[in-house]
Design a protein around this ligand. Structure first.
Ligand SMILES: Cc1cc2nc3c(=O)[nH]c(=O)nc-3n(C[C@H](O)[C@H](O)[C@H](O)COP(=O)(O)OP(=O)(O)OC[C@H]3O[C@@H](n4cnc5c(N)ncnc54)[C@H](O)[C@@H]3O)c2cc1C
Length: 425
């Protein structure tokens, strides 16, 4: 078993980075080369701006290359909870932003010719308890009435056509959702951005940022310093560099994934006949999908812990037990990959984007960013160009999380709380 992301291990390498020291003057500096930063760099470079992307590690090396590969419409949180929080009209409009986000990924894949197995499979949300199906039914009624008629409720007796598991009590299908190979997409996006003229500096962690006289910024990295007129922070759940204000607003939560050996087609046809992107309804739940080369990818929060090789392996064992419980047919299947990543969670699980003290930012996708991060990169390219009204998340309040000073000391307590909720509800 490899303790590595299957997506990054099976994608062609990115070879378009700049080896020279970081220096020069640019129209825009983008900090972070995940989906947000890379799609912003691509859109800005296509507009003719000079762009430098400063990445602490490698392109797509954080959440963007380590996720579940689900490119879903719909919210991270339940539709009805979002409507209760923001009102019906805003909830419907944000829901449509997620539809647009899947469209953005599909458009970029087509325009840039990125071979990343993008496919509109649909998403299947599965009820893990009988009472969860009642909730799914109420969500279906609200979503189909106010936001998305392209959804379908599946009762338990019909669920065999969707998933070969006895564990679930019905499901809700969101047909606009898609799946893709996120390693190929991330590196393809980087190649496209570099091809349109963006300068991508890997292994260039930003260590200091300073506002100069006038409007320009000076940005110091471990590989040199540059100047830029505008800066976009696309740093996700970053624990590196001078990002304290953001860090106090984002909870970095570990999420873990295992991937089996390639499985026979007839087995997959029984387990996942529609090949949808599946997720269950628990707070500490699981998600799964078939990879383009016929493996089963199975992920979840497993443990409320940070990701490192030891932690990933422990979480992999928890996931293996959950996989066996979901699909006993795969009890003997070999696990080829196991890894973890960090989700940039906000308190209400909605992203935040805008400008603060002359720095633009977009982050906090809360486990729902393969599509929205990509979309927000293109949106932020327009916001930097003076079109603030394009930002669907404008105006959302963003308070610091009480007691959160950057290191998530409280994760075990959050985990215990959510596990209790799963037992009680
Ligand atoms: C295990 C896991 C499973 C997930 N599954 C799904 C899923 O199935 N579907 C879905 O929609 N979403 C999923 N997500 C969430 C999704 O991956 C993210 O929302 C999305 O990738 C965020 O992209 P980003 O570009 O904003 O951030 P990231 O991909 O995290 O990129 C941020 C980049 O900024 C860099 N950086 C940080 N600080 C600095 C600094 N000081 N200097 C320079 N660079 C810096 C980091 O190195 C990193 O590369 C999952 C996440 C995880 C971890």
């Amino acid at each position: 078993m490899k303790l590595a992301s299957y997506w990054l291990d099976t994608a062609p390498p990115f070879t378009g980075g700049i080896d020279a020291p970081v220096s020069g003057r640019f129209d825009v500096a983008v900090v972070g080369a995940g989906f947000t930063g890379l799609s912003a760099a691509l859109a800005l470079a296509k507009k003719g701006a000079s762009v430098a992307v400063l990445e602490a590690g490698e392109v797509g090396g954080a959440a963007s290359g380590r996720n579940g590969g689900q490119c879903n419409n719909g919210f991270a949180l339940d539709y009805r909870s979002t409507a209760a929080l923001l009102g019906e009209e805003r909830a419907a409009s944000l829901y449509h932003a997620y539809d647009a986000a899947v469209d953005t990924v599909e458009r970029i894949v087509g325009e840039e010719g990125i071979a990343c197995d993008f496919r509109r499979t649909g998403k299947l949300k599965l009820a893990a308890k009988p009472e969860h199906f009642d909730k799914l039914q109420r969500t279906f009624e609200a979503v189909s009435r106010h936001a998305d008629p392209d959804t379908m409720l599946v009762r338990r007796e019909d669920l065999g056509s969707e998933v070969g598991s006895e564990r679930f009590f019905g499901g809700l299908v969101y047909r606009k959702s898609a799946g893709m190979h996120v390693g190929k997409f991330a590196r393809g996006l980087a190649t496209a951005a570099a091809g349109h003229g963006a300068s991508i500096f890997e292994r260039s962690a930003v260590t200091r940022m300073r506002r100069l006289e006038g409007a320009a910024h000076e940005i110091s990295t471990v590989r040199g310093t540059l100047r830029a007129d505008q800066v976009l922070m696309a740093t996700g759940a970053s624990m590196v560099g001078p990002l304290g204000w953001f860090r106090r607003r984002i909870v970095p939560i570990g999420s873990f994934v295992i991937v089996t050996e390639p499985l026979p087609r007839d087995v997959l046809d029984r387990l996942m006949p529609t090949r949808r992107m599946a997720t269950d309804s628990k707070n500490v739940g699981t998600y799964f999908r078939v990879t383009p080369d016929d493996r089963l990818l199975f992920g979840g929060r497993a443990r409320f812990a940070v990701s490192n090789p030891l932690s990933d392996e422990k979480s992999g064992k928890v996931l293996r037990r959950a996989l066996n419980a979901t699909f006993p047919q795969l009890r003997d299947a070999r696990i080829d990959y196991c890894w973890g990543g960090v989700v940039d969670m906000t308190a209400d699980r909605l992203p935040r984007a805008g400008e603060r003290d002359g720095l633009f930012y977009s982050m906090g996708y809360s486990g729902h960013g393969t599509q929205m991060a990509t979309h927000m990169g293109t949106v932020m390219a327009e916001v930097l160009d003076g079109r603030a009204e394009r930002n669907p998340f404008a105006g959302l309040d963003w308070k610091a999380i009480p007691g959160h000073f950057g290191r998530p000391w409280f994760l075990p307590f959050v985990g215990a709380y959510y596990r209790l909720q799963d037992v009680l509800h």
